[in-house]
Design a protein around this ligand. Structure first.
Ligand SMILES: *Cc1c(COP(=O)(O)O)cnc(C)c1O
Length: 452
């Protein structure tokens, strides 16, 4: 009898709870600080930006947080997602490793982002909010939020990083089809955008700049709140549906992972997959290595510093202790737009400081090679972001081919790359750049840290 390739769960097995790792950690993460008083942020300080329920989740000590029925109902459009054994990739590598990928690209907008966009839109709508603002890099988060807002009758206004706005016109179109308004960032419609355009009219933008614009716009209107697609605790919380399902799928096969790999921009897809496995590791039930992979052009974990910094460029957000390249750092315009963020989730940064996860950085061309290899074997075209995780997965499987180790590797395939074909074209034509990141650029951005 042959072993299964696609491990599917019945619709009734969508997790009923999100998993909050906070109560299971040996030490709590340092709190976010109010930028003026430097005191820990109180729930009311965030009320202009987020609905109370999300603020409560941000600070929650409850280990399990119930998924509302209305959210479960939307999740049913694409969840549970398949866990797929990458047999053809394994064969092409001649590896004895068993590689599994958790595929989130079958969601309506094509990535893991709707896992949090839907509950965020739901809680905002329930509390009477009429409009959400946000930033987007590659456009994955913007299209997820635009879809979620359409589900709950909310208006949606999006600042899209200029580099991606130009490179990915069809992501822009998708957001508009879902009913959102899209601005290229920096834009002339906010004060923070205008200030940057005055200094640098050709600025290619960054997530930090786009966040400043979206936060500014949310602060200026009573019926408007802001939504963030990564970084914050409540976002990581919502993404744990990925890992909870994967745990159950592996259990059906009697497999336990040796290595869990995911790419990290702000950390949400990696944490979503890894946290339930980390819970199992802390309970002594398995012992996987958890490995975060970031781009060499935006290496917050591997070359950044662990310090209090702003989440945005203009300095509107609370100060968060995290691995950061400095809030003024503008990464080179690599195609993995979702990984171009100067900071890292404070929760994931803390867990990294505790030595519970590993991190490594890979170059853009290595990622596209991995993406093409994956497409030619498994058939799915990965987004440039998860191709970072695939590059590291392939390297691990190649080491297994040399050593003969039969490791079980689980990787987060958090989105498809159907909107990223121009980047694949460039790669195939040999015209894709690898950006060297000189230490002086990091040092100069870090010189602007708020110094808390
Ligand atoms: C947004 C995005 C990322 C980066 O965000 P994380 O919060 O680190 O997951 C990675 N991959 C895809 C497909 C994305 O859309």
């Amino acid at each position: 009898m042959s072993e299964p390739t696609r491990i599917l769960l019945d619709e009734s097995r969508i997790p009923r709870n999100w998993y909050n790792i906070l109560p299971d950690l040996p030490a709590p993460p340092p709190p976010p600080l109010h930028p003026a008083t430097l005191e820990p942020v109180a729930p009311d300080d965030l009320a202009a930006l987020f609905p109370m329920e999300l603020i409560a989740q941000e600070m929650s000590e409850d280990r399990f947080v119930p998924v509302p029925e209305s959210v479960l109902d939307v999740y049913r459009l694409w969840r549970p997602t398949p866990l797929i054994r990458a047999r053809r990739l394994e064969k092409s590598l001649g590896t004895p490793a068993r590689i599994y990928y958790k595929y989130e690209g079958g969601s309506p907008s094509g990535s893991h982002k709707p896992n949090t966009a839907v509950p965020q839109a739901y809680y905002n709508a329930r509390e009477g909010v009429r409009r959400l603002t946000t930033e987007t890099g590659a456009g994955q988060w913007g299209s997820a939020l635009a879809f979620a807002c359409a589900q709950y009758g909310l208006a949606c206004e999006i600042w899209m990083v200029r580099a991606s706005y130009d490179q990915k016109p069809y992501r822009r179109s998708l957001m508009k089809v879902y009913g959102a308004t899209v601005h290229a960032s920096p834009s002339a419609v906010t004060t923070s955008g205008c200030r940057i355009l005055t200094d640098d009219p050709g600025c290619s933008g960054s997530l930090g700049i786009a966040i400043s614009e979206a936060v500014e716009a949310a602060g200026a209107a009573d019926d408007t709140r802001y939504a963030l697609g990564s970084v914050l605790n409540h976002v990581l919380l919502h993404q744990t549906v990925i890992g909870e399902e994967a745990l159950e799928q592996l259990a059906l096969l009697g497999e336990t992972p040796d290595v869990v790999v995911g790419c990290t921009g702000g950390g949400s897809n990696f944490a979503g997959l890894a946290f339930p496995f980390l819970r199992e590791r802390l309970a002594g039930r398995m012992d996987p290595v958890l490995r975060a992979v970031e781009p060499a052009a935006c290496p917050s974990f591997t070359r950044g510093t662990y310090a209090y910094d702003f989440g945005d460029t203009a300095g509107f957000t609370p100060l968060m202790k995290m691995h950061t390249l400095g809030h003024r750092f503008v990464p080179d315009p690599i195609h993995a737009g979702g990984l171009r963020y100067h900071g890292m989730s404070p929760l994931l940064s803390h867990i990294h400081e505790l030595g519970m996860i590993e991190a490594e950085a890979v170059s853009q061309s290595a990622c596209f090679e991995a993406g093409v290899r994956f497409a030619r074997t498994e058939g799915i075209l990965p987004a440039p972001e998860p191709s970072h995780a695939l590059a590291v997965t392939i390297a691990e499987a190649q080491r297994c081919a040399e050593s003969g180790e039969e490791k079980v590797i689980v990787t987060a395939l958090c989105g498809h790359g159907h909107f990223d074909l121009p980047a694949y074209e460039r790669h195939l034509a040999g015209r894709l750049e690898d950006f060297a990141l000189p230490q002086e650029r990091i040092d100069s951005a870090l010189a602007d840290l708020p110094g808390v």
